[in-house]
Structure formats: structure tokens, C-alpha cells
Design a protein around this ligand. Structure first.
Ligand SMILES: [Zn+2]
Length: 127
């Protein structure tokens, strides 16, 4: 076993000078490519970040707009405003509303609006 390994060692050939040099050169070239790539990547990343920030700003603005619209709709679940629901609440609670659509609208509104549901709850539980 010992003789075998030493035999293998003897098969190792010393690198030629040229081979080392060309290897070093290719490493250097690779490093340069890598550096250029890194620079390019940084530049691309930078511009992507800039574009991303711009897009994020825009989408934030857009979503703010959307949120405002949603909040606006939220004030009118059932297509009826909180003020209207509260105004009609006594009649709704007394079940004296003759307009079925309005009754349904209030029911939908109450199912969706915590604020009016609380008022409805307090009215139906104190009356
Ligand atoms: Zn409401």
C-alpha cells in the first residue's frame, strides 16, 4: 500500500511555467469579468431599485386612492348611508317601514356596518 501511494506520487508532474501563467491570466480575466458583472449588476440593481421605488410610490399613491374609494363605499353598505340608517332605525326596529327595498338595504347595511349594528343592538335591547 505504501509502495503504491509513493508510486502514484511519482506520477505527479510539476506544472510548467507557462501553464501556471496562463492559469493566473485566466483567473485574472475571470476576476475582471466578475468585477464588470458585479458593477453591471450593481448598476442594474440600482436602476431596478429606483424603478421599484418609483413604482412603489406610485402604487402606494394608487392604493391610497383605492383605499379611500373603498372606505367611501364602506360608509354605504347596502347602498344606504349611516345617517340614513340611523334616521330610519326607529321605524326599522318597530318594523313599520313599508319600503321593502329600504328594509333590505338597512339589513344589508347592518350586516356590514359595525357602527350601525351597535346602534341597532342598543335600540333593540333597551326598547
Ligand atoms: Zn352604518
Amino acid at each position: 500500500m505504501n509502495s503504491k501511494s509513493s508510486n502514484q506520487e511519482s506520477h505527479w508532474l510539476p506544472c510548467e511555467d507557462g501553464a501556471i501563467q496562463s492559469a493566473a491570466e485566466s483567473v485574472r480575466a475571470l476576476r475582471a469579468v466578475e468585477q464588470r458583472r458585479r458593477f453591471l449588476k450593481a448598476t442594474v440593481t440600482g436602476s431596478v431599485c429606483l424603478a421599484g421605488a418609483a413604482f412603489a410610490g406610485w402604487s402606494l399613491f394608487a392604493s391610497n386612492d383605492k383605499r379611500r374609494a373603498v372606505r367611501g363605499n364602506r360608509n354605504y353598505p347596502g347602498g344606504i348611508s349611516c345617517a340614513e340608517v340611523i334616521r330610519l332605525m326607529p321605524e326599522y326596529v318597530a318594523q313599520s317601514l313599508t319600503n321593502e327595498n329600504l328594509t333590505n338595504s338597512i339589513a344589508v347595511h347592518l350586516a356590514d356596518c359595525k357602527h350601525c349594528r351597535g346602534i341597532h343592538h342598543s335600540m333593540t335591547h333597551t326598547a
